[in-house]
Design a protein around this ligand. Sequence first.
Ligand code: HEM
Length: 266
Amino acid sequence: MIYNNPFSQLAESVSPMAIQFFVFAMIALVIIGTLLDIVHKKNVKYFFENAKKAKKSAKKILTTGEKTSVILKTIASDIATTSELGAGKRRAAHLLGMYGTILFWIGSVVMIFFYIEPSLNTPSVWPIIWHVGAIMTVLGGSWFWFFLRVDVYSEAQPWYRIIKADLFVLALIASSLFGLIWSFLQSLNLSERWDDKVFLVFYIVSNLVLFGGVYWSKFAHMFYKPGAAIQKNLAEADGSRDNLPPPADAPEQFGLGIKREEPKHY
Ligand code: HEM
C-alpha cells in the first residue's frame, strides 16, 4: 500500500477533475474560514495597531538587513522547530504532527495534480511521503490529544471528554487515519468490496470538517503563530518589547519549592 498512489486508483472510478476540484474547494474553505475569523476576532487589526504603538517606543531603527536576519532566525527556530513549546514531550508531539501534516498535504497535492491519471506511473517517493506523513500525524496528534492537552494533563479531566477546542486536532487525526485505512483497503484490490468506500466517505467527511471548520477551530493558528513570533522577535530587536518591561536584572531565586513538582498548571 505504501508504494500505491491511492488517488490514481480512485481515478479509475471517479473523474480526476472532481478530485482536483475537491482540493480547490478545501483551499477556498480555509481562506474563507480564516478571513471570517479575522473579521470576527479583529485579531489582525489589534495585531497591527499594537505593532504600530510598540514601534513608537523602539530604541533603535532596524536596517533591512537586521530585519531580514531576525525574520530568518524566527523561521529557523520559532516556526520550523516550534521553540515556543520549550524542550520536551509537548514540542516533540507538535513537531511530529506538524511535519506529518505538511508531508501528507504536499504528498496529496503532488499525487492529485501530477500523477492522478491511472495510466501514469507515480514515483514511489510520493506515496511513501503521503503514508509516512499520515502515520506521523496520527501519532503526534494522538500523543497530544490523549496525554498532553491541558484539560487532561493539568486539569485531571478524563481523556474521553471532548470539547469544541478539540475540533482541530480530532479532525486532523481523523483525516489522516481514515486516509490510511482507505488506502490500505483499496490497495487490497478485492472485488465486490464496500469497506474501502465507507472509509473513503469518512476520509472526505473528516476533510470537510477539518477545512470547513476553520472558523470554529484552532486551524488558523498555523498562520497566526508565525506572524506573532516574527513581530515579537522584531520588537525584541528594536528594544520596544511590545511595551512590556524588560526581565528583572536579578538572580532567579525561587526557593527549593520550585523543584517539588514539574510546572504543569497553566
Ligand atoms: C501544518 C502546520 C501545523 C499543524 C498541523 C499544527 C498542529 C497543531 C495541533 C494539532 C495543535 C493542538 C491544538 C489543540 O490545542 O487542540 C497545535 C497546537 C499548537 N501549535 Fe501548532 N500546528 C502547526 C503549525 C504551528 C506553527 C507554525 C506554530 C508556531 C510557530 C505552532 C504552534 C503551536 C502552539 C504554541 C500550540 C499550543 C500547544 C499546546 O497547547 O501544547 N503550530 N498545533
